[in-house]
Design a protein around this ligand. Structure first.
Ligand code: AMP
Length: 544
């Protein structure tokens, strides 16, 4: 027997419609690339999203067409989120930090019809314009006064595009399984692959994000996503904020400690989200300038493992609770968040820390398990580690246009490519990416654990650990260090510091110092490049 409940489709347009109606005066504050801080409200954002939707319709953009953005976090980008997906077209958020050849590849692969971009990226697009096969026009998100001289063949001024339309539009209704946005992930091998989100998956994910045990976003919050809107929809915040009526602060391109702090302070931000490298810059700025974070109650750290030293700095020095989070673009992206349980209320901080460094508990809606190489499920004892498998209504089914082939096993499980433990309380901890784990004498060493311990030293700015081949042990760890400014610390001092904090046989065989550690377009340590850089490195005592 089917229920007698209404079968209204879950559509992204309803988020901005709701925010405009019930939180119409709540602000969206953006640092524009033109310079000034821009402020307006959800009501205005809704109006302008409808104007944009009409402009797209006038250009023949319709259900399923791809419309790209190459843009920072800002109000016009947000309007694209709702204007494009609202009419059933697909918003393709391109990561501008990709190599130009990759941008060309994904724009062509996605068959983008339009690209909405910022002033910052006009030169980048000019250099590749003749290779963009399907692009009919490039919309520069600025006003007439700021329109640049450009060689782009079909440049359109965003504000002029909008000015030509009114906001008399009822959002169309369609199947909630319709694709809404597209985001390419750059694997370390092969071409980037497109993750195609839908209206239903996005709505369910947004609901989850707002719940107390996930991000706990609400109308009481002012949220600043430092995580870019081109990185898995700013981890879903661009949708979750209007769903709950949270004030939204969008930082544009200025992501250094000083500029992020300025917004956190002036706008009284209560919750923020970003990758560890961004928080490192903020913490350095706070320490150097003796500033505090009186308004902020929590910050989400994800994308890479949050080191214990970073968690302690936020919690002990600034009274900001860290929500360690794990996920991936293929999961929309939230998979786990690290919130404590009621029974831990009486724990001392030192008892909580071992949980806080973990990536957290599964969110309702995400099934998780770990398996060995033969597919057998491993115990949830916090010790056994294996391939982390997930499934759920906001986990991908397969990549755009079938790239990468079949990605699910018989039980619909998706292999995350991560290796993890699951403990009896349900907390998951990432050991490594499967391809980064160091195999020493038949056992595995977690590069993440070693990095976390090393960056705990105050004279270490950043640490990366890679496996170097070894005649006896197969692989042994090499610790690569970027020293903190002004430091001349030596390798032995760092190894002494690590002693007692890790198993003896995990101790790196050597320490190398570099000026910079390479990062991917989403801020992760680029181990493949490091491995190439140190391909000929011979560990002490390892010469055959
Ligand atoms: P992306 O799709 O770019 O968001 O990358 C997803 C991958 O980032 C995951 O599969 C993990 O390897 C890594 N990742 C994300 N969050 C964390 C975290 N909190 N700790 C460790 N690794 C993480």
């Amino acid at each position: 027997m089917l229920s007698l409940m209404q079968d209204r489709p879950l559509l992204i347009s309803s988020l901005i419609e709701f925010a405009a109606l019930y939180h119409g005066d709540v602000e969206i504050v953006s640092r524009s690339v033109e310079g000034p801080i821009h402020r307006y409200t959800y009501a205005q954002a809704h109006q302008r999203s409808k104007q944009l939707a009409k402009a797209l319709g006038r250009r023949g953009i319709t259900l399923g067409d791809r419309v790209a953005t190459l843009a920072w976090n800002g109000y016009r980008h947000l309007e694209c989120y709702y204007g494009v997906s609202g009419i059933g077209a697909v918003l393709h958020t391109i990561n501008p930090r990709l190599f130009p050849e990759q941008i060309v590849y994904i724009a062509n692969h996605a068959e983008d019809r339009l690209i909405f971009t910022e002033l910052t990226f006009v030169p980048l697009l000019e250099a590749m314009a003749d290779k963009l096969d399907s692009v009919e026009a490039i919309v520069i998100m600025t006003d007439r006064d700021h329109m640049p001289e450009t060689t782009l063949p079909n440049a359109v001024c965003y504000e002029e595009l909008l000015a030509a339309e009114d906001d008399d539009l009822s959002w169309p209704q369609f199947d909630e399984r319709t694709a809404s946005s597209l985001c390419y992930t750059s694997g370390t091998t092969g071409n980037p692959k497109g993750v195609l989100f839908g209206h239903r998956s996005t709505m369910l994910h947004s609901w989850a994000a707002c719940t107390q045990d996930v991000l706990g976003l609400s109308s009481q919050d002012t949220v600043l996503p430092v995580v870019p809107m081109f990185h898995a929809n700013s981890w879903g915040i661009a949708y979750a904020a209007p769903m709950c009526g949270a004030k939204l602060v969008l930082p544009g391109m200025a992501l250094d400690g000083k500029h992020v702090y300025e917004l956190l302070d002036r706008e009284k931000v209560t919750i923020s989200a970003g990758v560890p490298t961004v928080w490192l810059m903020l913490l350095q700025y706070l320490q150097q300038s003796n500033k505090t974070l009186p308004h902020m109650s929590r910050t989400v750290i994800g994308g890479s493992a949050a080191p214990q030293s970073m968690i302690e700095a936020f919690e002990r020095d600034y009274d900001v609770t860290v929500i360690h989070a794990w996920g991936m673009t293929e999961m929309s992206p939230l998979g786990t968040t690290c919130n404590m349980k009621a029974k831990m209320a009486g724990y001392g901080y030192d008892e909580l820390l071992p949980y806080k460094v973990k990536q957290g508990r599964a969110i309702y809606g995400v099934d998780m398990k770990i398996i060995d190489d033969d597919g057998n499920e491993l115990p949830r004892d916090g010790v056994a580690f294996g391939h982390l498998m997930v499934r759920g209504p906001w986990v991908t089914n397969g990549y755009f246009k079938g790239e990468g082939g079949q990605v699910l096993d018989d039980g619909d499980w998706f292999d995350t490519g991560d290796v993890a433990t699951l403990d009896p309380e349900g907390f998951m901890q990432i050991t490594d990416r499967a391809k980064d784990v160091i195999k020493s004498g038949g056992e595995w060493i977690s590069s993440i654990d070693l990095e976390n311990v090393a960056v705990g030293h105050p004279e270490v700015a950043e640490a990366a650990v890679i496996g170097i081949s070894h005649p006896k042990w197969d692989e042994r760890p090499l610790l690569v260090i970027v020293r903190a400014e002004g430091s001349s610390i030596g390798g032995d001092e760092i190894l002494d510091f690590m002693e007692g904090k890790i198993a003896k046989w995990w101790m790196p065989d050597d320490v190398a110092f570099v000026d910079e550690i390479p990062h991917t377009a989403t801020g992760k340590i680029q181990k493949i490049t490091l491995r190439e850089q140190f391909a000929d490195h011979v560990l002490p005592g390892a010469a055959e």
